[in-house]
Write a protein that binds this ligand. Structure first.
Ligand SMILES: *Cc1c(COP(=O)(O)O)cnc(C)c1O
Length: 365
């Protein structure tokens, strides 16, 4: 006889921890390819000297700094333990038993997990044939039980982005009681001017919460820090449900130091965007179907060949992320890492199975 674990947790997938692969090129987690700048590492080290003291509960210094940088009042900003921490906090703050969250599928795989853990129903709407959000269909899927809608923009794992006109039309027609979480983890890699800046949008729309992170463009995935910009009432609700002191002193110091170096972040993001374009053009030249991306990764809609393609890349020393049955997501790395991936993709093409266009099946999470 063991302890009585919640029976419904059986349906929550075990975390898929990438195995240790010494020497492999890691293009499977959308991390930045470079370590943090030395000044950021120094700031983390300095903060460690005060490691015996609790951090600021609500990261006040960082919130003040973000408020200045983004021209948003401090009462509209919540800092969290990664933006996934904030996803979870928002579900916790807005949903109870019987409520629903709504999101596209495929999208970020944390959404269904957090919904299940919270005991909330997840309703999903398939992406369209271009692997994009189908906002019309999402609007039609809103029910009286819907509390939160996630719009991942650009979408992980397909890299597609929702444009301003369609997003405004969607928000104009959505019931005001429904919170829209615009997850902008990849915002810094967007180069399409028609993709709206969620923070500008959240200023005038009280039911929009925007999530940003230091994990991708800032190269701080291992440090765990992100933030939310939303109406003051939403920020207070997030504060109420947050794990106390979840954002460490080290993480707050790292984020502050990173914000002191905007040119560094811009240069790194621009280099990733250049490499993304190069990857897209070389892959399509070689006959692979690639979905145009606005993020730091590319999506190959390989359908049933996804797992085989990823295995083949792994055998050639390059780890990419397979979503079996749907496609493969490849993080844009350093030029030589991307070259290694291109060679691995080439080797796959040399084998009898060839990538082909596959319409994404409406799988459920
Ligand atoms: C990577 C990612 C995040 C960021 O997660 P952190 O917790 O900040 O590391 C959030 N949303 C999406 C869609 C992501 O892909």
């Amino acid at each position: 006889m063991g302890v009585a674990i919640r029976a419904d947790l059986a349906s929550v997938p075990d975390y898929n921890i990438p195995g240790m692969a010494p020497g492999a090129i890691l293009l499977n987690s959308n991390e930045g390819p470079l370590p943090p700048p030395p000044a950021v590492v120094e700031a983390i080290t300095r903060a460690a000297f005060e490691g015996h003291r609790y951090p600021q509960w609500f990261s006040d210094t960082l919130v003040g700094r973000l408020a200045d940088d983004l021209a948003v009042p401090a009462e509209r900003i919540a800092v969290g333990c990664g933006s996934v921490g904030l996803c979870r906090d928002l579900i916790q703050a807005f949903c109870g038993p019987g409520d629903e969250v709504l999101f596209a599928w495929r999208s970020f795989d944390a959404y269904p997990v957090f919904a299940r853990v919270a005991g909330v129903r997840a309703r999903t709407v398939p992406l369209d044939a271009g692997h994009r959000h189908d906002l019309e269909a999402m609007l039609a899927a809103v029910t009286p039980a819907t509390r939160v809608v996630f719009v991942c923009n650009p979408n992980n794992p397909t890299g597609t982005a929702v444009r301003g006109r369609e997003l405004h039309a969607f928000l104009d027609r959505l019931p005001a009681r429904v919170l829209v979480v615009l997850d902008e983890a990849y915002r810094e890699f967007v180069d399409d001017p028609d993709v709206p800046d969620g923070i500008a949008l959240a200023r005038h729309r009280p039911n929009v919460a925007v999530l940003r992170t230091f994990s991708k463009a800032y190269g701080l995935a291992g440090v765990r820090i992100g933030y939310c910009v939303a109406a003051p009432a939403v920020v207070s609700a997030v504060h109420k449900v947050a794990v106390p002191f979840a954002v460490s002193r080290l993480a707050q110091a790292a984020a502050l130091a990173a914000l002191d170096r905007p040119e560094e972040v811009r240069a790194r993001s621009a280099a990733i965007v250049r490499e993304r374009r190069r990857l897209e053009s070389l892959l399509s030249r070689d006959g692979h179907e690639v979905t145009p991306s606005q993020a730091n990764f590319v999506w190959l809609p390989l359908g049933e060949e996804a797992a085989g393609f990823a295995d083949s890349c792994a055998r050639h020393g390059v780890l990419v992320r397979a979503f079996p049955g749907d496609g493969v997501r490849v993080t844009v790395g350093l030029p030589e890492e991307n070259d290694a991936f291109l060679r691995a993709a080439d080797r796959y093409r040399a084998t009898p199975v060839r990538p082909r266009a596959v319409r994404m099946p409406p799988t459920s999470p």
